[in-house]
Design a binder for this molecule. Sequence first.
Ligand code: 3PY
Ligand code: MG
Length: 249
Amino acid sequence: MNAIKQTITSGKTAIGTTAGPNIDVSVLADAGFDFILFDTQHSPYEIKQLAPPVQAMRGKKAAPLVRVAANQADQICFALDAGARGIIAPMINTRAEAEAMVRSCRYYPLGNRSNAGVRGEWGEFPKYRDYLDTVNKELVIVPMIETRQALENLDAIASVPGVDVLLIGPSDLSIELDVPLDYACDTYQRALDKIAATAAKHGIAAGMYFIPPGMEPNFFVDKGFKFFTMPWGPWAATGIQNAIAGIKR
Ligand code: 3PY
Ligand code: MG
């Protein structure tokens, strides 16, 4: 029903990339990524612009995930109405904030999401209640862990029913730990280990918003991280260079 949910809950590593407003996401969405991340916090994307690119991904391998600019019901509602298969919210610091996020993502009785009708993204359902229950169950819910307060409340956040991934915001977390962008240092690495261990304890995934430049994705996979984005530009350029090099000229 929602392939990205299955990837995450089955313990496989989910790899995505971020898309910008000038990119044809229908090409990226068939390139092999598990998800395409639309960021409305730190990119020029406006949340209400997302419906066309998200809908261009229908039937493609990659799932559209949206990072809302803040943990607010209206932002989450806009993203879900556009067709997001998962929501990422920044700066989730307490259990209450995680619970509020989950409630905004889910329909009654598990939450208070407002309904906008079915448009086919989740399949056909004999009864409307089946549609509501399916979306409640299948949506991917990803709070971001990027502050000291979140680290202190990690167990409480991870134990909120509905949370699928504890997602590190690498730059914010390093700044909060007073080691700005020093991703190799012990202080930062110890925090990563705590987050990976807590996620494993609660049977959910640990993720990183991005793999820091110059660092190896498999280093983080070996630490237990199973969800992250990679920049697609260099890979696309290598693929094109290889294809051109294969033509006699
Ligand atoms: C962070 O690194 O803090 C992020 O939120 C990624 O954009
Ligand atoms: Mg951040």
